[in-house]
Design a protein around this ligand. Structure first.
Ligand code: KIV
Length: 266
């Protein structure tokens, strides 16, 4: 199988083949997800919450992102790699957005960047796409606006709010975005947008009719227990497996049964 590119994703949408996206933040996990056949690895700023223990994503920095992106780039062979631009790295000016986006590609091995927002960030999106940087949009629940939105809540429930999200989606496509994350919006709205756009939509809490799905890796394997949104399916309880393994290690060291004969140099 060849490397996944923006062209691959567009073709997958045309063919009706669903696109799989998961977050990854480190070398070992990136390698594992790549080997398992995930199409796109997103180094999400969610790393602030699931890797760094922060309350939200707002204090994640460019340096945090680049550090984790470099590790992921070393682990993946086939998947397309998308780096999430952190809060205030693209909102101040299109020029600053371009400089920061360039760092994801030049210094951290990413193939594309993701930005949150609608019409207010179109100049930045245009600046990046016109200069050869693939951009993945993100509308609906945009976690970098958590304080303005009043929490992590479903968006687009009223006709006016749904229309705003739909118009933002179209505007982002026109600005050159190669795809669009739809987070926490009613499934019928996600379906309408997915039908309307030529570029692929990637849903998270947006129902089954998006062109692909994305989840946070730690949610999927049961490694993050602070909060589990309704849209998450836990495919494993890795946190429990890890805690049990470590408890056993602690017991064996205390009891003097580890290291055993087989672990000792003679
Ligand atoms: O930061 C992130 O991981 C994301 C995805 C959940 C879409 O934005």
């Amino acid at each position: 199988m060849g490397k996944t590119t923006t062209a691959t994703l567009l073709e997958m949408k045309r063919q009706g083949e669903k696109i799989t996206v998961l977050t990854a933040y480190d070398w070992a996990t990136a390698k594992l997800l790549d080997e398992a056949g995930v199409d796109v690895l997103l180094v999400g700023d969610s790393l602030g919450m699931v890797m760094l223990g922060l309350e939200n994503t707002l204090s994640v920095t460019m340096e945090d992102m680049l550090h984790h992106c470099r590790a992921v780039a070393r682990g993946a062979q086939r998947a397309m790699l998308v780096g999430d631009m952190p809060f205030m790295s693209y909102q101040v000016s299109p020029e600053q957005a371009l400089v920061n986006a360039g760092r994801f590609l030049q210094e951290a091995g990413m193939h594309a960047v993701k930005v949150e927002g609608g019409r207010e960030i179109l100049p930045a999106v245009r600046k990046m796409t016109q200069n050869g940087i693939p951009v993945l949009g993100h509308v609906g629940l945009t976690p970098q606006h958590v304080h303005q939105l009043g929490g992590f809540k479903v968006q687009g429930r009223t006709d006016a709010a749904a229309q705003r999200i739909q118009e933002d989606a179209v505007a982002l496509e026109e600005a050159g975005a190669f795809g669009l994350v739809l987070e926490c919006v009613p499934a019928p709205l996600a379906r309408t947008i997915s039908d309307q756009l030529a570029i692929p939509t990637i849903g998270i809490g947006a129902g089954p009719d998006c062109d692909g799905q994305v989840l946070v890796f730690h949610d999927v394997v049961g490694l993050y227990d602070r909060f589990t949104p309704k849209f998450v399916k836990k495919y494993a309880q890795v946190g429990t497996v890890m805690r049990d393994a470590v408890r056993e290690y602690v017991q064996e060291v205390k009891a003097g049964t580890f290291p055993g004969e087989e672990h000792v140099f003679k």
